[in-house]
Design a protein around this ligand. Structure first.
Ligand code: PMP
Length: 425
């Protein structure tokens, strides 16, 4: 059915539409739902895919014959570093395998930059009056809350389908030496699903920066998390950076949090030669070596990089229908009304829903009162403030397919009702 944009309805038609949606909403509330679309967590069905880990490793020595139960091996297990090098398109020597959380590794890198400064630069960031990061928005809330916690200022730029608005980024970094960093999720970004193109990546790596110690935090959390047959390859940040004379600019992060167990996986950081030596020097003060038993069981579980790719297709079978259900529910209720836009991501963990300006908080409030928990409006912006109050991040992986269908039909009702309320002034 062809629908007219809501803003073109006559006052009477709009009043009728609003009252029909209010009835829908009352019926929704009467169902007493208790559903949650807030966090991008794997479902237990997905976690079950990795339960063979619980009976691994089958041996206590790695390929080189080292006893993994003992101390040592700060860089991480070589066989697992090789697998990640293949997946991330980098050299094995660049890859370090560490604890279970890549977020912790990002925190460590920022801490080291603050306290000791980048390699070859004697002025640590803590000695600067202001430190700023460029933050593509919408983006990952925990990147922003970490920066806020460190007192680092955030300057936003729009996130486009092919990555951050690179003209805006280049303008911000060109003359201001206090702009020290950029955070980017290059593949299937949280929450926009954008994939940074090779062209955008090339400019990010080549652009002149006033700060000599400018770093790009290349958080490739969803590098292998495809939802379609088009399994995109991430842009080759290190080669591009080296080719343009900034080998130390990118620092790459990833983890198995959404590959095996979110709470018991392995996190990875990949660095240039100078950054690696610098990072290991400080890491060596904090650890005698990572959990190599966990790393060995992961290496055995995967076998090789193709083993990871095959495993990810099993995740896709479970979660792709949930993403399709989100799209179906929004399309059924909202298509043609011109009150919402949403992504149909080809990978990652999120759907980005932009509702009518000024109505996102109202949608979240309506949903909550109907028993559907959504991520707070604005969560994907620094300090939780979306200047247009229109952005909502949906995370459909954790609930069952039936729950996603029910919850999203409800969310669509809330979006429509909030829009009708807003347009009737
Ligand atoms: N980066 C991004 C972009 C994420 O979405 C997430 C998880 N939501 C993380 C990092 C966290 O990764 P980890 O579990 O390895 O700390």
């Amino acid at each position: 059915t062809q629908r007219a944009p809501l803003s073109t309805l006559s006052a009477d038609d709009l009043a009728a539409y609003r009252s029909a949606r209010a009835d829908d909403y009352a019926a929704l509330q009467a169902r007493g739902l208790k559903l949650d679309l807030t966090r991008g967590k794997p479902s237990s069905e997905q976690l079950d895919l990795s339960d063979r880990l619980l009976s691994l490793p089958t041996t206590t020595t790695d390929r080189a014959g080292t006893d993994v139960r003992n101390y040592g091996g700060l860089e991480g297990l070589l066989e697992l570093r090789e697998i990640f090098a293949d997946l991330l398109g980098v050299e094995t020597a660049q890859v370090l395998c560490q604890g279970n959380s890549s977020l912790t590794l990002m925190h460590q890198v920022v801490t080291d930059l603050l306290l000791w400064g980048a390699p070859g630069v004697d002025r640590p960031w803590k000695d600067e009056e202001v430190v700023k990061f460029v933050c593509p928005v919408p983006g990952y809330d925990r990147h922003f809350s970490m920066l806020a916690d460190f007192g680092i200022e955030m300057v936003t730029v729009p996130m486009h389908e092919d990555g951050p608005d690179v003209d805006a980024v280049a303008a911000l970094v060109a003359d201001d030496p206090s702009v020290k960093g950029l955070w980017i999720v290059p593949t299937y970004a949280n929450p926009s699903g954008s994939v940074c193109s090779q062209e955008v990546a090339a400019r990010l790596m080549a652009m002149p920066t006033a700060a000599p110690d400018f770093r790009v935090f290349w958080d490739n959390a969803y590098a292998v998390h495809h939802l379609t047959d088009a399994e995109v390859k991430s842009a080759d940040a290190f080669s591009l950076a080296a080719a343009s004379g900034h080998p130390d600019r990118p620092i790459m992060f990833a983890s198995t949090s959404k590959i095996t167990y979110a709470g018991a996986g392995v996190a990875v950081v990949a660095l240039s030669e100078a950054n690696k030596a610098w990072f290991l020097r400080h890491l060596g003060m904090a650890s005698i070596g990572p959990d190599k038993v966990n790393q060995l069981r992961h290496a055995e579980f995967f076998g090789d990089a193709d083993g990871v790719r095959a495993h990810m297709r099993k995740h896709r079978e479970i979660i792709a229908p949930k993403f399709a259900a989100v799209d179906a529910a929004l399309t059924a209720e909202l298509e043609g009304l011109d009150v919402a836009e949403w992504t149909r991501p080809t990978g990652g963990y999120f759907v980005n829903l932009d509702v009518l300006d000024g109505t996102a908080s109202r949608v979240v409030e309506l949903a909550k009162a109907a028993g559907i928990a959504l991520t707070p409006a604005g969560a994907s912006f620094p300090h939780g403030r979306d200047p247009r109050d229109r952005n909502i991040r949906l995370a459909p992986t954790f609930p069952s397919l039936g729950e996603v269908e029910t919850a999203m039909a409800g969310v669509a009702t809330c979006v429509a009702l909030a829009a009708a309320e807003s347009l009737s002034g």
